[in-house]
Design a protein around this ligand. Structure first.
Ligand code: PEP
Ligand code: MN
Length: 367
């Protein structure tokens, strides 16, 4: 399979907006009045660059509000006329795309429940062949960077070059503080694989409640994300979908005002010199850590040979417990995060077991 990078135009080139690009609007378009009033309030804050509203809503369980359908496109067009904000909605199949193109939407997004299905993404891509419209692609609901990238590739092959990804978190059986676990590492992995791809964060669907939105937004900006998609509603508690995570347009303005937008780099000479000294120190320490790690693994090899000679098992649960306990309390005393230390020890232990397993199972070469 070809690993060719995507052919992309940067977000700022087609939005005309310097980071962060802010998209806001209700989870769902409910009535014309609800959408227009919300849109006008958002525009009045001056904090958003585009208006979102779901017209066709992919609901996890039936019996919930599934969207107003095509009529909502007319409401979006009116909202654009009255506010000047570019308009966008979610598309999940070819018919949605056709309706949006006919109505003249400014850009589209593919939702998490669609990205997960290559057949649906291909259908959307086929409907977009030969059309020059920007498309944002949400991460799939499951933590799979390949699927996310695959959806971007399908659209790109159909000729869409004005693209960005949206990070909206991942479904998980374990319930943490978030509705969808952010798993920031996956967004970082996507960015590492396609550095020229802009990623927008959707803190609303990550958080699932309005209290966490500011914190998640700040974290996204600090990870150099290019924008935010935040759900807002004139009366969030009365929203027909995602009520808990929507904010009023004035709360949106407060969130945006509270964000520190840090730049990726600084031309300031003192900053650059100081950073370079600190990075040298990191390089030096990484070097030491790696040398120490290599020495540690050499001892694991010796232990493996010794255990083999004495017919003793590789895993010694008591010893492992003792290692974790002593190291974790040491880490605590040194101001290191306990979870981080446990993860690190698990990796080291895993590797040590691998090394010993290889030794145990090595067939002696006959001379
Ligand atoms: C939405 O944006 O309202 C939505 C349905 O999001 P997601 O695809 O992230 O669940
Ligand atoms: Mn929603």
């Amino acid at each position: 399979m070809s690993k060719k990078a995507l052919s992309l135009q940067p977000l700022s080139s087609w939005t005309g907006v310097q980071r962060p690009f802010i998209i806001s609007g209700p989870c769902s378009a409910e009535t014309e009045d609800q959408l227009l009033t919300t849109a006008k309030q958002i525009a009045a804050t001056g904090k958003a660059h585009a208006l979102r509203a779901g017209i066709w809503k992919p609901r996890t369980r039936p019996g919930q509000y599934e969207g107003c359908g095509d009529v909502g496109l007319n409401w979006l067009v009116r909202a654009r006329q009255e506010t000047g904000l570019p308009i966008t909605t979610e598309v999940a199949n070819g018919a949605h795309v056709e309706a949006c193109l006919k109505a003249g939407l400014d850009f589209l997004w593919v939702g998490a429940r669609t990205t997960v299905n290559p057949f649906s993404v291909q259908e959307v891509a086929d409907a977009l062949k030969g059309v020059d419209i920007p498309v944002l692609v949400k991460n799939p609901i499951n933590p799979d960077v390949e699927l996310w990238l695959g959806a971007l590739e399908r659209l790109n092959r159909a000729g869409i070059t004005k693209m960005a990804a949206i990070h909206r978190g991942f479904s998980s059986f374990e319930k943490g503080p978030f509705r969808n676990a952010p798993m920031w590492d996956l967004a970082i992995e996507l960015k590492t694989r396609v550095p020229e791809l802009d990623i927008i964060c959707d803190p609303s669907h990550i958080s699932g409640n309005r209290e966490l939105i500011g914190m998640v937004s700040q974290k996204a900006l600090d990870l150099d994300m290019a924008g935010l998609m935040i759900e807002s509603h004139l009366n969030p508690d009365a929203a027909w979908s995602d009520a808990k995570q929507q904010v009023t347009p004035s709360a949106l303005a407060k969130i945006i005002d509270g964000l520190a937008v840090r730049t990726q780099s600084s031309e300031n000479k003192v900053f650059k010199d100081t950073l370079s000294v600190l990075r040298d120190q990191i390089d030096q320490l990484d070097d030491e850590i790696m040398q120490r790690m290599a020495s540690r693994m050499k001892i694991s090899e010796k232990i493996g040979t010794y255990k083999k000679e004495n017919n003793v098992t590789i895993l010694q649960v008591n010893r492992w417990d003792e290692i974790v306990q002593t190291r974790v309390s040491m880490a605590r005393a040194m101001g290191l995060d306990e979870g981080f230390m446990r993860d690190l020890l698990r990796l080291v232990h895993h590797e040590s077991i691998q090394i010993q397993t290889r030794i145990m199972n090595k067939v002696e070469e006959k001379v």
